[in-house]
Design a binder for this molecule. Sequence first.
Ligand code: SAH
Length: 350
Amino acid sequence: MNKGNTKTDMKSMTLSEMQSFVEQLGEKKFRASQIYQWINQKLVTNFSDMTNLSEKLRDRLESEACLHGCHMIQRQVSKDGTNKFLMKLWDGNTVESVLMKYHHGNSVCISTQVGCRMGCRFCASTVGGLLRSLTTGEMLDQIYEIQRITGERVSNVILMGIGEPLDNFDNVVRFVRMLSDEKGLHISQRNITISTCGLVDGIHRLMEEDLTITVAISLHAPNDELRKEMMPIANRYSIAEIIQACKEYIDRTGRRITFEYSLVDGKNDTPDHARQLAKLVHGLNCHINLIPLNPVEGRMGDRSKRTNVLEFKNILEKYHSNVTIRREMGSDIDAACGQLRNKNKGGETT
Ligand code: SAH
């Protein structure tokens, strides 16, 4: 059976690409707007549901095109209302998406790759390496599927699930443009955050795209020596290069940068580390998000003690840093990225 890998995937198409595609099929251009709306606003998953198209056209699309999306196969609901979804892709691979409910709206955290090749020592997503990157349609459909399931509107999207977004650059940028498009879900770029382990080249490329998204940098250590012990990517880019790229990003876009700092007991959470971090970011228009480590079996580290977390925060504040401790959501449901997928590996594969 043709599983769709030789067909053209319409879920990843921009409107103008779709217009060329339908014209190639000998159809009128306005059909593209109709199909685009079915996919990206009405969130249908089959050509047969596109009822304002002729049956002939629907059949034609069925044989020549496909809609590669996500299908939820497992859902965990945390006591705090956080929902974690295991999503199956057309080829049997799985990724995770998380829905977090805040009073200001619903946030969804999506995956950008199947696995990851960055190798951060404390992270569950990188176990087993990178299998492949997600298409734009597969990233969009994590949000679409959550809206289909819950019937609720998503207002914030963070690219902090499995994978390194800037290692899937082109698809991620296209994703941001389509998600914020008024002909799609029209989520403001200001409400979209890309989290990166600090691929400096990618940050420079991102500047050229003129997006108004928020960039979050996973720093996790205030000096290169320690960062290398936690994150192999630190062997490629120094903290100085990252900070320089951030400065340029802030100057160019006017956007504030977020630094993520996962606190690992006895590793990167001492008062001295806090002072080093404060000096590093001094004068930068940034926000520091402290994340008590979510310990993963077989991976580096334990969670910092609460008193150390608070002291770390106090020191940063003394240096006038803008800092928050991330509210831990869903820790009772394998919410550290990659945990649910790892648990299900070897399970359902078809
Ligand atoms: N690859 C991207 C985005 C995915 S990870 C990045 O590195 O930013 C999202 C965030 O969660 C990163 O800051 C990552 O370092 C952090 N993280 C991963 N595993 C974690 C764990 N077990 N506990 C706490 N934070 C973790």
